[in-house]
Design a protein around this ligand. Sequence first.
Ligand code: DOR
Ligand code: ZN
Length: 335
Amino acid sequence: MRVVLKNPLDMHLHLRDNEMLQKVAPFSARFFSGALIMPNLVPPVTTKERLLGYKARIADAIGAESFEPYMTLFFKESYDYDFLSDIKNEILAVKLYPAGVTTNSEAGVKGVDIRRLGPVFEAMSDLGIPLCVHGESEGFVMDREAEFIPVYEKLAKSFPKLKIVMEHITTKEAVEALERYENLYATITLHHLYITLDDLAGGLLRPHLFCKPIAKRPEDRMALRRAAFSAHPKVMFGSDSAPHPREKKEAPGCAAGVYTAPVALPALAQLFEEAGVLDNLQKFVSDNAKVVYGVNPPKKEVVLIKEPYRVEREYCGVVPMFAGESLKWRVADVI
Ligand code: DOR
Ligand code: ZN
């Protein structure tokens, strides 16, 4: 059995910078036509100079591969219309992090207060710049996403022309919110389609599956699967592949993030085939994002075949999801 994926897109990717960027970028660039690059560097990507410098370093790291890094800017409440208008052609979206909710988000916003931040959302709405959001409250870790839904609703209602992407959704509440507001969209990761909290902490603790938002309950995973498997037009694949060096994961204070870029397409093919919905994978990993973001990525065809493939135990010091395990599908060719 085989499937050919045209122009796969990863609409939520952490490529990091410098040495780590050099190590991980080739894996995304090989299998994907493009990706939405997250801006949570230290310091974050908040100026045109930093953005263009980062884009140039990404171009250097991917070499000759045809791969489009769609750039994002790290949301600051100080952005004004003129600044956003000037940078608009260099970015695909602005990413908002509440301060402290995840890796390198300390420079994020303190409270998503619509009155205070309104002028920035208004400017983005007028300029047609989508807003990507890490939607978690400061509450109990399992409840953080569900508690954030009213914020999404208020945003969606107050700025009906603003495209709002709920990033890496993990709950049935978030899936349900998609139906209530025309301007709400979502990305779903590979790991949240596969795991629940049990896989992370139900037996021996598996730090390489620890991420934010944390994996939730079986009924949440079921809602995510329903949305992805049906290729819901408002749902896109975004891996949230987030590499950390092994020693930062296998540590008393384990960093949040699951590294999935090298295994994402075979693992998705396996999951969609097992669900009997392989025909919907093309929409989930490319077509939906092309429509939502209005992008036309470089041409690439990834040929996947149903043959066992043993995942590496480590890629340059980073442990991937499924490390040392066997997947049922593998990439046979990239054209
Ligand atoms: O687990 C996560 N890791 N979630 C995020 O939102 C950020 C990411 C990272 O940058 O490591
Ligand atoms: Zn992320």
